[in-house]
Design a protein around this ligand. Structure first.
Ligand SMILES: [Zn+2]
Length: 468
């Protein structure tokens, strides 16, 4: 989706192409692109000449002779193409403007979310699409209205900055960039953003948008009649699109989560989530000491849960019993018997993935509501990444230990529980080694119990300090 800098670039690219050219005909190939009557749109604009193109937020404003104006919003995929009259229209041409110089401008939109609307010089600023927009960062000197408008909202700052009625011009990409630059965690409730932080947000928004516009500007200078005028030049990005890359500031891997459905990339170390609940996800191989760590978190006042316990509870739920019976042709009555199920999986190894796919969404749901209930929580999730639960936690702790040490622990615990088989399967677990990189803290638990406790205590102190 084009963002403000792209739309600014498109404005600059289109201006010399259309200004002082007269429209001699318009083909509306898809009526719903036009808000209002398509016939009226055509009748009003044919015979007029373009006098300028300006921009408000992500709207292109086409100005024509006799005070005619039309607005255009590209939404997801809208693009303008300049073509010679004899050339074929582009594949998804929706509106075609024929000009008086044997050229035509195709408005192309594969997704058809873009719109055009006829208006005039006297009215266009009052059209609801424009009137409802908040100011652009460039026009904000005083952040008081931002504080006032958000002082009661618990929505994450990421969602708040995307709200174009509050301020206009920051889309998904640049909100991630601005939050990265200002070191604000995207989930921070908007009401907790301080005046200094708001000032920082506005300042960085201006700088980032200006830089991006400038980058587009350099595209313009080297622009030659390539005909796709979509102004795509998303370079200079430090957060957006950098999932799993190292943070440029602290070299910790960047993390990807969804915030109200929008993909969000941020650094879990630099972008601090002040004064907020903390949820900790603990993962690691069998025999690495996850349970001990979880116990210590409990002693320190965290609410704790383990996904194994969650699964055990789920297996007692009537709907789950039914689902499992149906999926694997079994006949549990009151509850899923784990040992019977384990035997079934041993005989049908292919069903293991199927079971995970079936049960993981429920585990996720349960853990999510657990986290929500507690301001400090820690959850042991052995298959954190396999269950795609890494994004649910603020902090990830990986537990590691040498294979030999883990082996001894598992044996001394109880080899007969089946843990031993799991252990064998997990030797040289390359997936774990890969995922370990993404943890915020890695604990190598090869030494004494006391050493582990000291290391965990240090992490807990770090986390509690971050809250203040
Ligand atoms: Zn960082």
């Amino acid at each position: 989706m084009p963002e403000l800098p792209e739309v600014e670039t498109i404005t600059k690219l289109l201006r010399p192409i259309v200004v002082s050219r007269k429209i001699i005909g318009i083909d509306i190939l898809r009526k719903t692109t036009i808000l209002g009557e398509p016939e009226v749109f055509v009748k009003n604009l044919v015979g007029e000449s373009f006098t300028d193109i300006t921009r408000v937020g992500k709207f292109l404003i086409f100005h024509l002779t006799n005070n005619k104006v039309f607005l255009s919003h590209l939404r997801m995929e809208g693009k303008y193409f300049e073509l010679d009259e004899e050339e074929e229209n582009t594949q998804f041409a929706r509106v075609v403007f024929h000009l008086d110089n044997k050229k035509k401008i195709c408005y192309d939109d594969s997704r058809c979310f873009g719109i055009m609307k006829l208006t005039d010089e006297a009215r266009w600023r009052q059209e609801k699409e424009i009137a409802q927009l908040g100011p652009e960062p460039f026009d904000i000197d005083d952040v008081t209205f931002l504080i006032n408008r958000t002082k009661r909202t618990s929505l994450p700052i990421k969602s708040t900055l995307l709200d174009q009625t509050l301020l206009t011009g920051l889309g998904n990409i640049y909100v991630d960039e601005v939050l990265y630059a200002t070191k604000i965690h995207p989930l921070t409730p908007a009401k907790l953003i301080s005046k200094d932080q708001w000032e920082d947000i506005v300042k960085e928004s201006k700088r980032i948008l200006k830089e991006a516009i400038k980058a587009g500007g350099s595209t313009i200078r080297s622009y030659h009649p390539g005909k796709d005028i979509d102004g795509n030049f998303q370079t200079y990005l430090h957060a957006y699109g950098h999932k799993d890359d190292d943070c440029e500031r602290c070299h910790h891997p960047m993390r990807f989560i969804r915030v109200n459905g929008r993909g969000t990339t941020f650094c879990p170390i630099c972008q601090i989530k002040k004064g907020l609940p903390i949820s900790v996800g603990i993962f690691g191989l069998i025999g690495s000491g996850k349970t001990e760590v979880l116990k210590q978190f409990k002693e320190e006042g965290f609410a704790t849960a383990s996904s194994d316990e969650v699964v055990a509870q789920l297996y007692k739920r009537e709907d789950i019993v039914k689902l499992v019976n149906k999926a694997f042709n079994l006949s549990f009555t009151d509850a899923v018997d784990k040992s019977v199920l384990r035997l079934h999986l041993a005989n049908n190894p292919g069903d293991k993935k199927k079971l995970e796919r079936l049960i993981h969404p429920y585990v996720k749901e349960e853990v999510a509501s657990f986290i929500k209930l507690h301001s400090l929580s820690a959850v042991e999730v052995p298959l954190l990444f396999e269950a795609r639960m890494e994004g649910m936690f603020d902090v990830l702790i990986a537990l590691d230990a040498d294979d030999k040490i883990r082996y001894e622990r598992v044996i001394s615990r109880n080899a007969a529980t089946g843990d031993f088989l799991t252990f064998i399967n997990q030797i040289n677990n390359s997936k774990f080694i890969r995922n370990k990189r993404k943890a915020d803290f890695v604990l190598t638990n090869n030494a004494s119990h006391e050493d582990l406790r000291k290391a965990v205590k240090k992490i807990i102190n770090t986390l509690l300090n971050r809250r203040n």
